[in-house]
Design a protein around this ligand. Structure first.
Ligand code: SF4
Length: 694
């Protein structure tokens, strides 16, 4: 599509690839969507979801006016009620009696003011986000290894690599444009190899040179065994280990007993396949290991991340073209949320809860109420709501009644909460219908701000439509509530550019290069015309790769090996299956947007349970019949999809369907509340369920 004078450059609101989009409004009200050929994430490509964005812009289901108790109200009344109730709750029960639960869909500017209000002026750490469900284990793993939450490389590294290892990632469906870039590079350089490590034979396996159909949660054993193998064949980078790292000996001590046979037993893989993988890794300098939710959404997710990072540190393959561990995020702005402190255990600008950082924020924000300790992480937060400890809750741009583990319990907790505010585009999500106050939020195409993709690249989302009804941007809603709570000067923003400038200034405040996140080069940048740029940006320079000098953000500038021990195998009790949840190609989260595009819904019309033929026979389940999955947390009724792509003993069900789209398809109702102890990320891929004919 050629760019007309009315074409707006913006960014896709779905996955963490962060593709640039050209949106051209038409006289008839429609909008033509095309990939932005100049955006460095996608160079003009879009996937099925991105290219259908123009079909998702109808006002069907939109929340257009503020509502109190289901009745239309003025903004004045609604904002007054929210501010008054939060202030009274805090006065009576303390700052930790209130909470915000946000979203990787929020723009950085929205996130920044929400975090500033909660951690800076209410004085509680109780702001967490659905990003806890997405990549919190990568954050924790990065911090253990690098001393900072830093993604070392970039997308170009995937094209430069000679070996790409995809761990727990169905990249072809979940990050399609990144996958397309890899496949194009492989076509141009057929010597490039792809290894897929995934219990399921997904469509990503179709282009893989080696598919390792690993047992659920077998990843740590595979990479611990690889560390041992690299050391034994002297394929480690002794100089890098000596000069830039600590802890190699301790990590290797744990790995020593993990020979091929033991790894085979723990992973369910053949010794031969493991040996091929280890050979390829040892002999290929340009190696990138991409990992996603199959790694993160586990009770041992952080250990998995560090087992992967360990082998890159051992070989010195980090910070160089075509090399490195690479976490790809699920959401469009999970990274931006991390940058502003949108996770309960982080402060703004990638700072931890340490006295010097708390004091730095006290002085920068001119507030004596800065939170002194981390708040409740998502699963803990909803438990605290259920126990009545958190009495006022504000949910922004997300749908925890469908997406949280133990989703039925979460719904009950929200119903029992004294005061629930939902700000959202949509009037009738399974969460929004439970709110006492509903605030209409502007959506994609109407909002103005920034997002950060998986390669640390900040891009602009720009508006090309007027917000409908009385919908307002999230940053405006938060700012209005903050002012009503008495914080007028601290929230005197007039537009998103004011917020971004403050965010950039904070990142550079007393930052002598000892903190990774730094946008000080953008403090005075022209916001409206801001070009996609990778942080850190100091003195107007972008940074394509981190750790190029072998220096890290730990106190002694050395990276840390983490001595991780593989967990016991995940074995289902007799008669049960391991439940794996995830995405399909054409839907996004709980389908509030993609559910509007008929052609997207045509790909997978209803929720399904993917079962191995042997399990189907054993349980008398016929292909395409209805199957009931249940456990002590809940029950769903879905269509059986019997396929050898599924591993025996496991069942896969997509996460998207909600009560709005399928009366009994809310799969997260069956996921328990177990979390990774380091990251607090729920184990969304290892619930145990019973399956049988409906
Ligand atoms: Fe959007 Fe992700 Fe598809 Fe790109 S790959 S168009 S960011 S959903």
């Amino acid at each position: 599509m050629s760019k007309s004078s009315s074409t707006i450059r913006t960014t896709c609101p779905y996955c963490g690839v962060g593709c640039g989009v050209l949106a051209t409004p038409q006289p008839d009200g429609s909008v033509i969507i095309a990939g932005d050929p100049e955006h460095p994430a996608n160079f003009g490509r879009l996937c099925s979801k991105g290219s259908a964005l123009g079909e998702t812009l109808s006002l069907d289901g939109r929340l257009l006016y503020p509502e109190i108790g289901g009745e239309r109200a003025s903004w004045e009344r609604a904002l007054d009620l929210v501010a008054k109730t939060f202030a009274e709750t805090i006065a009576e029960h303390g700052p930790d009696s209130v909470a915000i639960y946000g979203s990787g869909q929020l723009l950085t500017e929205d996130y920044y003011v929400a975090n500033k209000l909660m951690k800076g002026f209410i004085g509680s750490g109780n702001i967490d986000t659905n990003s806890r469900l997405c990549m919190a284990s990568s954050v924790a793993g990065h911090k253990r290894a690098f001393g900072s939450d830093t993604v070392p490389g970039n997308y170009e590294d995937l094209e430069l690599a000679d070996l790409i290892i995809l761990v727990g990632s169905n990249l072809s469906w979940c990050h399609p444009v990144l996958y397309q870039r890899i496949i194009k590079a492989k076509a141009e350089r057929p010597g490039m190899r792809i290894v897929l490590i995934d219990p399921r034979r997904t469509t990503t396996a179709d282009q893989a040179d080696l598919h390792l159909a690993i047992k659920p949660d077998g990843d740590t054993a595979l990479f611990v065994g690889l560390l041992k193998s690299l050391a034994e064949r002297n394929a480690v980078d002794a100089e890098f280990i000596a000069e830039s790292t600590n802890g190699f000996g301790a990590a290797l001590d744990v790995a020593r007993s993990w020979n091929l046979e033991r790894v085979a037993e723990a992973t369910g893989l053949s010794v031969r396949d493991i040996a091929v993988f280890y050979d390829w890794f040892a002999e290929t300098t340009r190696t990138v290991t991409v990992y996603s939710q199959g790694v993160n959404q586990s009770a041992t997710g952080t250990d998995k991340v560090n087992a992967i990072v360990n082998v890159h540190l051992a070989t010195g393959r980090i910070g160089m073209p075509g090399m490195g561990p690479f976490s790809v995020t699920g959401q469009p702005n999970a990274m931006g949320g991390r940058e502003v402190g949108g996770l309960a255990n982080m402060l703004a600008a990638h700072m931890d809860f340490e006295p010097a950082n708390i004091d730095r924020l006290r002085r920068f924000w001119r507030s004596e109420r800065v939170a002194q300790k981390p708040g409740l992480k998502a699963v803990e937060l909803f438990e605290a709501i259920a126990q009545g400890k958190v009495k006022a809750l504000w949910i922004m741009a997300t749908n925890p009644v469908d997406s949280m583990p133990e989703a039925d319990k979460v719904r009950a907790a929200i119903r029992a909460c004294q005061f629930v505010v939902v700000s959202d585009m949509n009037a009738a999500t399974d969460t929004a219908v439970e709110a006492h106050v509903r605030l209409p939020a502007a959506g994609w195409g109407e909002k103005n701000g920034t997002v950060t993709n998986s390669e640390r690249r900040i891009s602009r989302q720009r508006p090309f439509l007027a917000a409908p009804g009385e919908a307002k941007p999230d940053w405006w809603i938060v700012t209005q509530v903050a002012r009503r709570m008495g914080h007028t000067a601290a929230f005197a923003y007039e537009r998103p550019a004011d917020i971004f400038a403050e965010h950039a200034a904070l990142s550079g405040f007393e930052n002598e290069g000892n903190r990774d996140f730094d946008l000080s080069g953008l403090m005075h940048a022209e916001y409206d015309g801001l070009q996609p740029v990778q942080w850190p940006v100091r003195a107007v320079r972008s940074t394509a790769r981190m750790f190029t000098d072998g220096r890290f953000f730990t106190p002694d500038s050395r990276a840390r090996f983490v001595a991780v021990a593989p967990p016991p195998p995940l074995t289902p009790p007799p008669g049960m299956l391991v439940l794996n949840t995830g995405r399909v190609r054409d839907h996004w989260h709980t389908m509030t947007r993609t559910g509007k595009a008929a052609r997207l819904s045509a790909h997978m019309a209803e929720p399904f349970a993917e079962l191995h033929p042997d399990d189907a026979i054993e349980k008398s389940i016929r292909h395409a019949s209805l199957v009931r999955l249940e456990n002590r947390h809940g029950s769903v009724l879905v269509r059986a999809l019997v396929t050898e792509r599924q591993q025996k003993g496991s069942v896969f069900v997509p996460m998207h369907w909600t009560d709005r789209f399928s009366a009994q398809g809310r799969i997260d109702a069956l996921v328990g509340g177990q979390t990774d102890p380091q990251s607090g990320q729920p184990a969304l891929k290892s619930a145990m369920v019973v399956a049988g004919p409906a």
